[in-house]
Design a protein around this ligand. Sequence first.
Ligand SMILES: Nc1ncnc2c1ncn2[C@@H]1O[C@H](COP(=O)(O)OP(=O)(O)OP(=O)(O)O)[C@@H](O)[C@H]1O
Ligand SMILES: [Mg+2]
Length: 509
Amino acid sequence: MNSLPQPELNERLAAILAISQRMNSQRDLGALLDLIAREATSLLGCDRASIFLLDRERNELWSKVALGSEEILRFDASRGIAGHTALSGDTINVRDAYSDPRFYTAIDDQTGYRTRNVLAVAVRNQSGAIIGAFEALNKRSGVFTGRDEESLTALASHAAIAIETAQLIGELRRNQDELTEQNAHLWREVESRYATHGIMGTGQRIQQIVRLVGRIRDSLVSVLITGESGTGKELVAKALHYNSPRARKPFVALNCAALPETLLESELFGIEKGVATGVNSRVGQFQKADGGTLFLDEIGDLSLAAQAKILRVLQERVMERVGGRTAIPVDVRLLAATNKDLEAEIAKGSFREDLYYRIKVIHLHMPPLREIREEIPLLANHFLKEYCRETARGIMEFSPEVMRKLVNAPWPGNVRQLRNEVMRLTACARLNVIGEDDLWEGIPRPGRDQPAVQPVKLQSLKTAVVEMEQRMIAEALRETRNNQQQAARLLGLSRQGLINKMKRYSITG
Ligand SMILES: Nc1ncnc2c1ncn2[C@@H]1O[C@H](COP(=O)(O)OP(=O)(O)OP(=O)(O)O)[C@@H](O)[C@H]1O
Ligand SMILES: [Mg+2]
């Protein structure tokens, strides 16, 4: 370009600089290609200009704006002058298109345009790889000169940067749109699963709970959920969270019984790096739940020391990591659950009364399944439908005898055990109607183990249940050779739930 007289050289450089600035502010690829083409046309004083991008996989060239049209044009990269440039990297300056064998006449035939002369230069990205070809057609006066070649090459290198940026931004936008869509879909799923109607039951006892969950949806009071193992405590905690203004913030569940005392504090509050050799810093559950809900399951199993620390966080709304000095603000709604009688624990001195009143602003008690037998058909059918939907198995149903037995079974593991049993039945059933032969041993069969439902005097009901529970736990432990995890699964209990019952009945595993 330095062969140009100085004023003309300055003018061209200034023009290229101005074009480059305009290109860099255009983020939409289609509009950018259009802009580059228009700018090149006026800079070179020619009729038309186009940028063709190289699709290496398909060995094709494509452009959004081809010869002034808005349509996408695609053609074989091994044909035509632009293709030749894109594949070889050579600059091609043809004075008479129709006498050059590389010229591909089909496009002129299609568009009715008459190409006289052509200038094509490669478009290279910053690492030197060819990403396309820049082609100018029909110089208005005469033919394309060496200066035009230089100008188009300079313009092409600026265009390459703008094109790659626009492509990258386009890709990021598409990814983001896809993620936003996926996210919205997941939220709809989560919300419909844990909205109050995820709690099944039409009777008084369950309906009362459903109504209460609905009534406190806008409040962030602490709720204590009590009830035996498998009665739906966590289900209700999730319903409380997903129906609250915090629904789109995290729901973090922590089982206090599953953690040894030594780990509990760092699990709850996090730990600073270097507290002990090899310790990396870790965020605690309180911080993970920030803005959302922390569900402390089995809160009755917390040590007095841990209780004191939690109480402090609830009172002061700040916490410190283990080994840390800075007070970190916490914004967490607390939900707690236990199958222990906390008032009895308070009397024994193993649960703090002040913490009890903090967490029990509202108290929800989940009834054991044996007290809400009328809900069993609804629950069983609900789980059956869930199974059929998830496994895409056709419609299944229970035979009336099976349903009767489900209603009358003892269910020490409550709803979870019922759910497990339904899942087992459906998975094993050979026909679409689940019959008596598929039943679990623990469910009494008339004429074999014992008569159908024995009329039990109300007074002895509790004792009968206790006896049945003890027998079933012993049986499950024997069957699984004392594997508590498996025995708990068999009974529809959590492992901790089983351990609690074993402790209560002094059963040693
Ligand atoms: N009323 C209900 N409607 C629908 N599903 C229920 C209901 N109650 C319990 N479930 C289901 O039973 C299973 C056990 O419930 P969940 O885990 O909430 O019990 P839990 O009281 O927390 O038990 P654990 O004390 O063992 O932790 C879950 O699959 C839950 O969805
Ligand atoms: Mg639970």
